[in-house]
Design a protein. Structure first.
Lengths: 725, 153
């Protein structure tokens, strides 16, 4: 209804008030003002929230018969115009001169870009030329051969944007799964860019001192745990800060003022006459009527429906009937309702961070593509949920398939409680760009030739089972093959022009929480969107303490678009610090081509010598350093955040808090750790950022990330508003 | 008075040799069970006997060397999975009454994602059971009213 339609009602309201008041009070004649009231502006715009209706039609009938054969062909890239690292030697010595074309990257602990012309030390082990850009049709500009790598290139936000641009809106809702029709609230109409806001990690937040993860027994003994685990989860969570108050609505404020004026005008008439009752019911009815009319009027001006307004209860609620009271209660409940299957006492686990929904597990949200992985993929429980952009552009010719997806690597996966249906790892896929209500995962594709279903399936006879995808051969056996990181790199000439790389660790033995031993870490790659994977033996890093490779047993990848993949590493377990290496994109499988960053006065990038790597974050020293948040690094994820214009890392620390650090460059200096959420009952770990988060894309402040909860043993989606950290 | 006493006697449930009641958080536990754990069916996390009470533990725990099974099997994980409940080595299961026997069914990891066949060991009624928890234990099902203790702990 247009606001103009309320003009007549306003007049009617005036008449009703005047006549009604006269009747009710018995004296004082109110005359309705017949002058034209100022009509509301007809320029009020109406906003229509577009509904993202997913109407995917599965076209999986009787097409190509395919086999899940392993692809053993290594991805190849087209020849580069110049070979990186040519002619460099790994002498281990350093000089303080800059030779032509040498990549100088010794970022000292200033935390700022070294653009002041200061000469940084150069290591002979440095690559003598920047790696040529891997040819891609839409990739960022290739680094100049003679250009120093850092720091300028790391500020090119547009590069990172192009690396992980989400699917176009026209196809974004088209999952490649089975037929479904899902209405989701639209959240895609965000501005293309936002101004960078304050780096939240610069303000140091002191976390609550809690027991460390490994000493949880003591924590449990001292905590209020004399209740069942379910009840304990309800009562022993960390303190929950109230959600920040929303900014006042000017229209609502005006409506309240008008209502108050009416009250002020009429109240002297109420109960002041010795001949009238103290609270004439008709007057209260008139007041309530007037208030509702004004609220409806101003709601119409603001484009809101009356039902959507959670009107606060008024003192005149005596005049409200039960229906109205019920509507108020429902509106209030709608504002504060927690999502279903809440794992924590409140969805809002900290002022900045809240639970969104489960990603895996047998949870049913109505939308069959949200969670619901037990019936569709025999996933009763799993963990990790490492996400990366598959780098495959959507093919407009395949209307029912959105090839541009996020791949989600998970770890040990079980088909039921204490089930022997165990997969050491598997892959999920999603094209969902609206993360505000969870991550939808389409149904699987069973022998259709479509590699864009929700998960690789199998073996034969199990069309509703996500299958294990990493099977090393000729390498030491262990008890686990756990993914730790993933990334895609353009490889023209391959099936989709992109190759997926996944780092994993071979676990030999699990110990106390946060402790485990590894055989090695290695890379596996896939040229068919993660359907089939091949382990690259040349990428194996055995866990040998003298080699330096012991510090790269778990990984995190970031590919900012400067021709390098930055590979972060930690030792096995959660007690170590983080280190960083880099490698030209095309050489990611060749360990001899990696550079390792060493901090300090003689710091810089050292080629092919992992023992040179020094901690870049997660190893605070000093008397109080060990008590600082973020002092140890667990499973982690790293991104370039286009809203912050900084690199961001998330990980669990020694207190089992989830913390965040930021940096201007991949190697640091990294900020102090900021706690996003404190330890929770059940055991949280592995914060894995979503590459299509609005803040990552530079279109908002929300950062979405997966989080694992041990006692539920599943992956959930969390949202952090970086402006509130 | 007589009638009341008789009614009371008749209403008292007969004591059978059934399994003892599964503990709940807050229920008492004997002092000699201090730091022993048990895992009620359907619960997401175990209970630990502390301060003579069974208390829920809310975070992942290190492998525990004493577990109490109340009859129905409890399933624990070993060092073949993240956050193991028990460590490998020599264990002994002691029946908590003369009519109980202790039974352990272990499954070991063959390779990541592959579980071996079950290995069962069981004691006679009232007799202790000595056995070895395998190094790459995937799961162990403990049943009987027994206290399971890792030797040397």
């Amino acid at each position: 209804m247009g606001a103009a339609a309320y003009i007549g009602r306003v007049g009617g309201l005036a008449v009703a008030l005047g006549v009604g008041t006269a009747i009710a009070t018995g004296y004082g004649v109110a005359s309705a003002d017949d002058t034209a009231s100022n009509p509301p502006s007809s320029d009020t715009s109406t906003t229509s929230g577009a509904t993202d209706t997913k109407t995917n039609t599965a076209t999986t009938t009787g097409t190509t018969t395919t086999t899940n054969t392993q692809t053993s062909t290594e991805p190849s890239t087209t020849p580069s115009s110049s070979e990186p690292d040519k002619g460099t030697t790994s002498s281990g010595t350093t000089t303080n001169t800059v030779t032509g074309g040498v990549v100088v990257s010794a970022q000292t602990n200033t935390g700022t870009f070294s653009t002041t012309g200061t000469t940084e030390p150069t290591h002979e082990a440095e690559p003598t030329a920047e790696p040529s850009q891997t040819p891609t049709p839409t990739e960022t500009a290739a680094p100049q051969p003679t250009q120093t790598t850092e720091p300028e290139e790391h500020t090119k936000s547009q590069e990172a944007e192009e690396v992980s641009t989400p699917p176009s809106a026209s196809k974004s809702s088209n999952e490649s799964g089975a037929a479904l029709s899902v209405a989701k609230p639209s959240a895609k109409a965000s501005a293309p860019t936002v101004e960078p806001f304050a780096d939240p990690a610069t303000n140091i937040q002191q976390p609550d001192k809690v027991a460390v993860f490994a000493d949880a027994r003591g924590l449990a003994a001292t905590g209020p745990t004399n209740v069942s685990p379910v009840m304990a989860a309800q009562v022993t969570g960390s303190p929950v800060a109230p959600a920040p108050a929303s900014s006042p609505d000017p229209v609502t404020a005006v409506a309240n003022v008008v209502s108050n004026v009416i009250n002020w005008v009429l109240n002297p008439l109420v109960g002041t006459s010795p001949t009238t009752p103290a609270q004439p019911p008709l007057i209260w009815g008139l007041l309530a009527f007037a208030r509702r009319e004004f609220e409806n009027f101003f709601n119409a001006l603001s484009g809101r429906s009356a039902e959507s307004v959670a009107a606060p209860p008024q003192t005149t609620s005596l005049a409200l009937d039960n229906t109205e009271m019920a509507s108020f209660a429902a509106a209030a409940a709608a504002v504060t309702a927690d999502p279903p299957y809440l794992p924590f006492p409140s969805a809002q686990v900290s002022p900045s961070t809240q639970f969104v929904s489960w990603v895996t597990g047998g949870y049913n949200y109505g939308d069959p593509t949200l969670a619901n992985t037990l019936s569709r993929y025999s996933i009763y429980g799993t963990d990790l949920g490492i996400m990366w952009d598959n780098g495959i552009p959507d093919d407009p010719a395949t209307l029912d398939i959105n090839e541009h997806q996020v791949l989600i690597a998970v770890g040990d996966t079980f088909g039921g409680p204490n089930s022997a249906d165990w997969r050491a790892n598997t892959i999920l896929r999603s094209s969902d760009t609206d993360l505000s209500n969870g991550i939808t995962i389409p149904d699987g594709q069973w022998y259709t030739g479509n590699w864009f279903g929700g998960a690789p399936l199998g073996p034969d006879g199990y069309p509703n089972r996500a299958r294990q995808v990493i099977f090393p051969s000729g390498l030491p056996a262990g008890v686990g093959l756990i993914p730790t990181a993933g990334i895609s790199i353009p490889t023209p000439g391959t099936e989709f022009g992109v190759t997926q790389y996944m780092s994993f660790m071979s676990v030999t033995q699990w110990g106390a929480p946060g402790q485990w031993a590894t055989n090695y870490s290695a890379l596996a790659y896939s040229t068919d969107n993660g359907e089939n994977w091949t382990v690259a033996p040349q990428s194996v890093r055995y866990n040998q303490p003298w080699s330096g490779n012991q510090n790269f047993q778990q990984s995190a990848f970031v590919r900012p678009g400067d021709g390098y993949v930055y590979v972060y590493g930690t030792p096995n377990g959660r007690q170590g610090a983080a280190y960083v290496s880099r490698v030209a994109e095309k050489d990611i499988l060749d360990l001899s081509k990696y550079d390792y960053y060493s901090a300090g006065p003689l710091g810089g990038w050292y080629q092919n010598d992992p023992s040179k790597a020094t901690p870049v974050f997660g190893q605070d020293t000093g008397a109080c350093g060990v008590a600082n948040p973020g002092n140890q690094v667990s499973e982690m994820s790293v991104q370039y955040n286009n809203s912050l214009k900084k690199y961001v890392v998330l990980y669990g620390d020694q207190f089992n808090n989830i913390v965040m650090r930021t940096s201007d460059t991949p190697q640091g200096t990294w900020s102090s750790a900021k706690v996003l959420m404190a330890q929770q009952n059940g055991g949280i770990y592995a914060p894995m950022m979503h590459p299509w988060s609005p803040s990552t894309q530079g279109t908002g402040t929300d950062l979405y990330w997966n989080l694992s909860l041990w006692n539920s043993y599943n992956v959930m989606l969390m949202r952090t508003d970086l402006s509130k950290v | 008075m007589v009638v009341a006493t008789l009614a009371l006697l008749l209403s008292t449930p007969a004591v059978a040799s059934a399994d003892p009641e599964v503990p709940q958080p807050g229920t008492p536990c004997a002092s000699d069970l201090t730091e022993a754990m048990t895992w009620p069916p359907e619960d997401k996390s175990p209970l630990e006997c502390l301060d003579n009470q069974w208390q829920a533990v809310t975070t992942p725990q290190p492998p525990n060397d004493r577990w109490l099974s109340f009859g129905p099997l409890i399933t624990l994980h070993g060092e073949g999975l993240r956050n193991p409940n028990v460590a490998s080595g020599d264990w002994i299961a002691t029946p908590q009454d003369a009519n109980s026997s202790c039974r352990a069914e272990q499954r070991a990891v063959v390779s990541p994602g592959v579980v071996g066949p079950p290995q069962v060991t069981e004691s006679q009624k009232g007799q202790p059971l000595s056995f070895q928890v395998v190094p790459k234990l995937f799961s162990i099902e403990m049943s009987g009213y027994c206290l399971w203790t890792r030797r040397g702990s």
